[in-house]
Design a protein around this ligand. Structure first.
Ligand SMILES: Cc1cc2nc3c(=O)[nH]c(=O)nc-3n(C[C@H](O)[C@H](O)[C@H](O)COP(=O)(O)OP(=O)(O)OC[C@H]3O[C@@H](n4cnc5c(N)ncnc54)[C@H](O)[C@@H]3O)c2cc1C
Length: 386
């Protein structure tokens, strides 16, 4: 019977990066996922790296570390993450006040700069000038998140890692039961994204993590060329997450919707010309809740048509996935209190700017050197405060 040092459950960007970093510390690692290409948040991610967006010492430190890691990651992993710098264009709706919105971004590490309607349309010629009152812009990092996860997985397999397709059905203290049998390890870490809470609940463990149903339109390839990554300056998703995490208990009751759905109209294009139009975020507490795809697609097309009319007409497919979040916009990283061998690396709402340094720090800390920064994202912050 083989006993791994670590079993990592979930091969999205969190599980892939953490598996790799654990192998870099010399551990034997078994990474498990249900499928080689599951419809995960990583698969449908825009891939934006908001390393300009730190607002506290903690997030500024992580963003600075992440920028350096992302810049060097393709070389380190010997596979292309498609990293580049892109102009982020935060559109200001005609009814909004540009001055108020510009001021709202003042405390970010690099505050986005205001652009008049004319300058915004020069930067992004596909914009409809009648659909905006101006825009904000800042240099944003960009990767293909799915390819980055693949690059991490291949690198960990070349090291001391094993990647196996198996659905984990039950969590035990030092093993997991899966569709492919039982696997044993000294430590187990859950990187299951949105499903982490429900999965732990089945083992009698509660954690303060929630999720949205994200809905997007995927355009496989297009001759239309987006020059920027477009998102609204007034993103409603963060308010939705704050409201939906107020009542923790409701998340244990399927069939609830803690707060009404929102639609942040945005679009991004990848190097292979694939475009994603997003995104509806819905807080339905049942991961398998039925969603009216036709209505959702119509809503997405209508809202994006106000800013990017040509993009709104492109033929594509409606897609859906689940995205995790926590109550304070920071992830849940570390040991599950009271369970020495069980760990979580999840709850990342907007993770690409902070996952790589946190994965590295997690792996280094597991060798025995406590990391004060990791203390700030530990699960204890919620259990201590009740
Ligand atoms: C449309 C959209 C745009 C986004 N844009 C950005 C952005 O620009 N910047 C940013 O930073 N973030 C963005 N995000 C968020 C980001 O992509 C996600 O938060 C991140 O990819 C989540 O990674 P993860 O590894 O936690 O979860 P996931 O990618 O969901 O991976 C979890 C994995 O666990 C596996 N799993 C689940 N249950 C089991 C089981 N029982 N057994 C085995 N495996 C299991 C799943 O199959 C899955 O592969 C976006 C998300 C979406 C949907």
């Amino acid at each position: 019977m083989q006993t791994y040092d670590w079993i990592v459950i979930g091969a999205g960007i969190t599980g892939a990066s953490l598996s790799y970093e654990l192998t870099q510390q010399g551990y034997s690692v078994l990474l498990l996922d249900v499928d080689r290409n599951p419809p995960s948040a990583t698969r449908f991610s825009y891939g934006g790296i908001a390393y300009w967006s730190g607002t506290t010492d903690l997030t500024r430190q992580l963003c600075t570390e992440a920028k350096i890691i992302h810049q060097n990651l393709s070389a380190e992993l010997d596979a292309d993450t498609e990293f580049r710098e892109i102009d982020l264009l935060l559109t200001i709706a005609p009814e909004s006040n540009p001055e108020t919105l510009t001021a709202a971004y003042a405390n970010f590490a690099t505050p986005p700069q205001f652009l008049t309607i004319e300058s915004a349309c020069e930067l992004e010629p596909l914009l409809d000038p009648n659909g905006i009152a101006g825009a904000l812009t800042v240099k944003h990092g960009h990767i293909n998140a799915a390819k980055t996860a693949q690059a991490y997985i291949q690198a960990m397999q070349r090291s001391t890692g094993t990647y196996t397709i198996a659905t984990v059905t039950q969590l035990l203290k030092t093993s997991v039961l899966t569709t492919e049998g039982e696997f044993f390890a000294a430590n187990i870490v859950l990187c299951m994204g949105a499903l982490t809470r429900q999965f732990l609940k089945n083992s009698g463990i509660s954690i303060a993590q929630y999720f949205t149903h994200a809905e997007i339109i995927e355009i496989p390839s297009s001759s239309v060329q987006l020059s920027t990554l477009v998102m609204p300056a007034e993103a409603e998703r963060f308010t939705l997450e704050a409201n939906a995490s107020r009542d923790d208990a409701i998340w244990d009751q399927p069939g609830q919707e803690p707060t009404p759905a929102i639609l942040d109209a945005g679009a991004v294009q990848f190097r292979d010309s694939r475009i994603l139009i997003g995104q509806v975020s819905r807080t339905l507490t049942d991961p398998n809740a039925a969603i009216d795809a036709r209505q959702s697609e119509a809503d997405l097309r209508k809202k994006i048509s106000r800013v990017l009319p040509k993009v709104s007409e492109l033929a594509g497919t409606w897609q859906h996935c689940l995205v995790a979040f926590s109550g304070d916009r920071l992830p849940l990283v570390g040991k599950i209190p009271g369970h020495e061998t069980l760990h979580v690396f999840s709850g990342f709402g907007n993770p690409l700017a902070i996952v790589p340094p946190l994965a590295r720090r997690f792996a280094i800390q597991s060798k025995g050197t406590p990391d004060a920064l990791l203390q700030q994202v530990s699960l204890e912050r919620f259990t201590k405060n009740g």
